[in-house]
Design a protein around this ligand. Structure first.
Ligand SMILES: [Zn+2]
Length: 255
């Protein structure tokens, strides 16, 4: 397995020397957070240091499942542009959110729409040599909007139908209330990346491992049991921790 860092975790003012420090701490790769102010500079720094590169595609104001054709066109265009940029840096994977239905009553028709759109997006991804990873999201507990995918069965269906892979966010999964080992077993070879952070199973706090309910306890054993060898991406709250905190944690423990 490979140890990666989400660059969301380093905040908006990362420097080339931060990237060197991340490398020295033993990280193999970085996941570019496309929405950061300096994500393009971060791509350059990552390349200079020799990291493996992936990307978390942008999602704010971009609803891939929208009923509005103009919003969809814009979303598709922005995601495609980022995949093109990522491919120029030799990037491997692009994690993305499936968007949401405006109301839970519209869930079924929204799922029909998103199925087609995932196929189109994957056509583009293949052109750029990028592997698309659909991330599991936290359900809207009010049941007002429906986030895609916020239950495991729906997630698996979409991944298999579109022939894409999954980014398993273990913090989101805990808030969804699903079991980690069972979910890893169900994903099997469709698992493309893991997002690692801790929380209290109620809120998506993005804590360092061990500072919440210790969600990543036994994670490595489960992943090994199902022959997973891809990225484990630390996705840690930059508003609570510094890069130094993360590096100190990493030097103390293995994943
Ligand atoms: Zn995400």
């Amino acid at each position: 397995m490979e140890k990666w860092l989400s660059l969301w975790s380093i905040g908006q003012n990362g420097t080339p020397s931060d990237f060197t420090a991340i490398k020295q701490a033993g990280f193999d790769g970085v996941e570019i957070w496309a929405e950061q102010h300096r994500s393009k500079e971060y791509l350059d720094y990552a390349k200079q240091v020799g990291f493996k590169i992936g990307m978390h595609l942008p999602f704010h104001d971009l609803n891939l499942a929208t009923p509005d054709p103009v919003v969809y066109e814009r979303t598709f265009h922005v995601l495609t542009e980022w995949m093109e940029t990522l491919s120029k840096y030799g990037g491997r994977h692009a994690t993305f959110h499936g968007g949401y239905a405006w109301s839970s009553e519209e869930r079924d028709e929204t799922l029909i729409r998103i199925r087609e759109r995932l196929l189109s997006l994957n056509e583009k991804a293949k052109q750029y040599g990028i592997e698309l990873l659909l991330e599991n999201l936290i359900p809207d507990k009010l049941n007002y909007c429906h986030h895609i995918a916020s239950n495991v069965e729906e997630w698996l269906d979409l991944i298999h139908e579109a022939n894409i892979k999954a980014c398993l966010d273990i913090g989101h999964l805990a808030v969804m209330g699903d079991n980690l080992e069972t979910t890893i077993a169900k994903l099997g070879s469709a698992l493309g990346a893991v997002h690692l952070s801790d929380n209290d199973r109620k809120s998506d706090l993005h804590l360092l491992p061990g500072e919440g309910e210790n969600l990543s306890k036994d994670l490595n054993n489960y992943l090994e049991a199902y022959q997973y060898s891809g990225p484990i991406v630390y996705e840690i709250n930059p508003y609570k921790y510094s890069l130094q905190d993360i590096i100190e944690h990493i030097t103390k423990v293995n994943v």
